[in-house]
Design a protein around this ligand. Structure first.
Ligand code: HEM
Length: 249
């Protein structure tokens, strides 16, 4: 093998490691974020206290972890783009049908679902973190969940207000489905890139990756689905918190 070919192979191996390692971080973040969000089901006090504690972490920890997450997202996306380009260049004659058979829907659509997730994350940050889409969410304040009785941001009411809007909830559930499909393929390839997926384990790992994708889908989607279901009188399981809630369902 020529030196050039060896270097190309090594560089694409490094890229696969970068994809897998940044993927592990993102998979972990998504799970922790989902578990944290599920505290909405416990009521206003639980989720407000949790969000307040996170927002008030010491600045180096808060901003260090945000920066680390951002670096992982950027590295994951840029490396994916480079790998897709390299794969295309290596198979100039392959036709769509042949690729589809070999790689499957998920694999072919990783670039697409990944790009849409990137767009979702930008929207989501503007919606719930930076709050430029609905600036009035900045005015939602309460003492419920505050550790010292002072006014804090009412994250619970913000989530209710956010998902009361039908189009927003449908959009979130659609994006969670894309995330589910992205994870189902991504988690399985992660094991392969790290050399941890033998042929005998392939089926089990594919199943575990798919199950993980669906757990994430259900765990995130349950919140917008329940908010809408309660809005339309189908269920009555979310805390309506009387006068302490800035938004009523
Ligand atoms: C129904 C689904 C989701 C809900 C209800 C939700 C809720 C929230 C809320 C309330 C915040 C702001 C926390 C605060 O500033 O107090 C937030 C921040 C964030 N969310 Fe989500 N989220 C959802 C799905 C997702 C998904 C699928 C991702 C990633 C793929 C994601 C990534 C983030 C990130 C990166 C932040 C910023 C964290 C920070 O401030 O450092 N979220 N989310």
């Amino acid at each position: 093998m020529s030196l050039y070919n060896r270097l190309v192979m090594q560089s694409s191996l490094i890229k696969k490691y970068i994809m897998a390692l940044t993927g592990i971080v993102l998979v972990g973040f998504v799970f922790v974020h989902m578990a944290g969000n599920l505290q909405v089901l416990l009521g206003q006090e639980a989720i407000n206290a949790y969000a307040h504690a996170l927002q008030n972490l010491p600045a180096p920890i808060l901003w260090g972890s945000r920066l680390f997450l951002l670096v992982c997202v950027v590295a994951h996306a840029v490396t994916a783009y480079q790998l897709i380009k390299e794969n295309r260049a290596a198979r100039p004659q392959s036709n769509e049908v042949e690729i589809t058979k070999r790689a499957g829907w998920s694999s072919l659509r990783m670039g697409l679902t990944g790009s849409l997730m990137l767009a979702f994350i930008v929207f989501h940050l503007l919606h719930f973190t930076i709050r430029t889409i609905y600036p009035e969410y900045n005015d939602l304040k309460t003492t419920v969940g505050s550790p010292d009785g002072s006014e804090i941001h009412d994250v619970y009411s913000m989530i209710l207000a956010g998902f009361r809007i039908d189009a927003i909830s449908v959009f979130y559930v659609f994006c969670m489905f894309l995330l589910c499909r992205h994870l189902a393929h991504g988690v399985s390839s992660m094991f392969q890139s790290l050399g941890l997926r033998s042929e005998s384990w392939r089926c089990k790992l594919d199943f575990a990756a798919s199950a993980y994708g669906w757990i994430i889908f259900i765990g995130f989607s349950i919140i917008p689905v329940l908010v809408l279901a309660q809005k339309y009188g189908l269920v009555n399981c979310l805390d309506t918190c009387g006068s302490s809630c800035s938004v009523n369902l």
